[in-house]
Ligand binder design. Structure first.
Ligand SMILES: O=C(CO)[C@@H](O)[C@H](O)COP(=O)(O)O
Length: 223
């Protein structure tokens, strides 16, 4: 079945001194991916709810918030209340993922569950029925500009199979090292949302980079 790819530039690779302009530069994207890091769950610190609220007011594109934080139960609903389209928490950080999904949906966003490269899909299949997005990390979370981990693709393939057979009903999002050299593998494996930081914000023309990635994903995702 053919899929419509969604391209989500990651603001992590943008100029943090000019976030409003950087959001405008990717107005052709489908979602704007916002990496929230707390320096505990991952060894990096980025931004939090006040900045997301400010971005929500100026972004031409719906926000896709990826919370790489501890205790996501406590903080995640605030991002949904701020107006984010999708809010993703990490399975490895959640004590009760179902409760988070319920709270996110009640607050008006889609609910996403992220898995680090080494975290298996099978042990989370049951709770994933309550989620709208599965984010498969294709790098270790924490930093942009890392190399794509093709060894994670079987997880993407399995998730797509479960969607196609009706066992799951969700977006399959890939994040990390997605660029013109890797997006086709990810699309062929079954991803339909593609986070790309350096490939978009590092390009001279982000709009052309988005269009190119979308065309590649669309062609490779047929069938
Ligand atoms: O969540 C993360 C990193 O933890 C990603 O969203 C990166 O920001 C993607 O950057 P590139 O690998 O595309 O440069």
């Amino acid at each position: 079945m053919s899929r419509t790819p969604l391209i989500a530039p990651s603001l992590l690779s943008a100029d943090f001194a000019r976030l409003a302009e950087e959001a405008q530069r990717v107005a052709d994207a489908d979602w704007l991916h916002v990496d929230v890091m707390d320096a505990h769950f991952v060894p990096n610190l980025t931004l939090g709810l006040p900045v997301v609220r400010a971005l929500q007011a100026v972004s031409p594109v719906p926000l896709d918030c990826h919370l790489m934080i501890e205790a996501p139960e406590r903080w995640a609903p605030g991002y949904a209340e701020a107006g984010a389209r999708n809010v993703t928490v990490h399975a490895e950080a959640c004590t009760d993922p179902r409760a988070v999904a319920r709270d996110l949906r009640a607050a008006g966003s889609l609910a996403g569950l992220a898995l680090k490269p080494g975290t298996p899909l099978e042990t989370h299949l049951d709770v994933l029925r309550d989620f709208d997005t599965l984010l498969v990390m294709t790098v270790e979370p924490g930093f942009g500009g890392q190399e794509f981990m093709a060894e994670v693709l079987p997880k993407v393939r399995r998730a797509r199979e479960l969607v196609e057979t009706g066992h799951l009903r969700l977006f399959v999002e890939v994040d990390g090292g997605i660029n013109a050299d890797t997006i086709e593998q990810a699309a062929a494996a079954g991803a339909d949302v593609f986070v790309a930081g350096s490939a978009v914000y590092g390009a001279d023309d982000p709009a052309a980079a988005i269009a190119g990635l979308r065309a590649q994903a669309s062609a490779a995702g047929q069938g």
